[in-house]
Design a protein around this ligand. Sequence first.
Ligand code: BTN
Length: 247
Amino acid sequence: MRTGHKIIHLESVDSTNNYAATLISEGKADHGTVIMADDQFAGRGQRGAEWRVKPGQNLTFSLILFPDNLSVSEHFVLSQVTALALHDLLRKFGISAHVKWPNDIVVDERKIAGVLIENQLRGSRISSSIIGVGINVNQTEFGTLQATSMKNNVGSFISINDLLFSFIAAFDHFWEIWLKSGKGDIESLYEARLLGKDEMRHFEDEIGAFEGVVLGVSEEGKLRILKKEKECLYDLKEVRFIFRSEP
Ligand code: BTN
């Protein structure tokens, strides 16, 4: 079923993910409802971080899904489809991005989009999912953050509303691939866009810094890295990429 048929456009909200969660809990959300905000005063990022961007200059939204029969063990497909949609969207603007596992989108090692997915479970099924997305669009200054924007890459102003519709079309496209062909196709498309795939890069895990090669992801979405000729599996927070710009 298509998404984006209902778009709630807010001037200001604490977090579009919070707003989406309230709609779901009150039984007022449909599959595919999108909540977008010009300004979020308490935007949330991954791992308890804040997501703070300049009001009116960026695309900030949450997409509500009521996935048909998606099991908890398949949750990673939501990250994969979202990352693929973002990657595709940027490619259409001539921006060559990578997916930094699990679902950050980076250009030249600078973050251009972030994703916060929050699932509601019923038993072993995902009853609803909130896909929160922030894309840096027309903001050009990011202070000390390792971030960039679409405008910084294409040189001109981009319509935020048009971009939302392009994202929705891209998301529906990859979701359809998943529904029709299952996870194999989505997985190979996702892995081909991963930062560090088949190339030697610097990482850090609990033991320390090391060089390794990203091989792909496991069934449950863990990152597979070849380290000292051995395949290692990493969960969130267990490994980080060391970027060239770091001292
Ligand atoms: C991250 O990279 O840390 C994730 C950032 C996710 C930000 C988006 S903006 C819309 C939605 N509402 C939120 O509060 N967070 C997500």
